[in-house]
Design a protein around this ligand. Sequence first.
Ligand code: ZN
Length: 225
Amino acid sequence: MQDNDRSLQWNPSQAIETLHPRRVVEAVFLDRDGTLNVERTDYVKSIDELALLPGVLDALARLAALNLPLILITNQSAIGRGIVSTHQVERIHEHLRSMVHAAQGRIDAVYLCPHPPDAGCTCRKPKPGLLLAAANDWRLDLARCAFIGDSMADLGAARAVGCQPILVRTGRQAQQLDELIHRDSDVVLVDDLSAAVDWLERWMKANSGERALAAQAHSSSQAAH
Ligand SMILES: [Zn+2]
């Protein structure tokens, strides 16, 4: 009888999860071209060609303050196309990270797909290979991660693994994304990285409230027994 009572016991944390499917964020994935820097049709081939979008350094500093892993997830097919070397891309990323660091931001890791589109690899977005690799290395629950990107490929990769996509209008697919939100009300679409961080901060605040509530309800139900 007592065992039955226990099995029927209200589990507040489970119930809150069910009632509020939004979850606490474990990590934030970031796209590069069109999200952090100006996308070039002829690819970013050198440090000189890396032009950060307005407000990006401030936005990354605010993201860093959230104390989550911040992981760059980027397609760099220019490597596979022979337009730029892996070494050059690494130099560009070192430069990017040092600029971000100097402005109190962080990029904790970079995962890139070097393959051309016709290679049929599993890592080129919208395939989720890079997200799966990062989740494995960082032991992340992808359903508790957010992905800030500017393209349908970013949306596809995020959706494939259950990440929360947050899309920005600073890339080349802004018009396509604007059309998409009329058909798909679940898409979060904001102007730029700064607005994406605003959205994420609100989302986390809402969730931390739920988590605190769950913990409180749980401890009071424990105290009652
Ligand atoms: Zn690939």
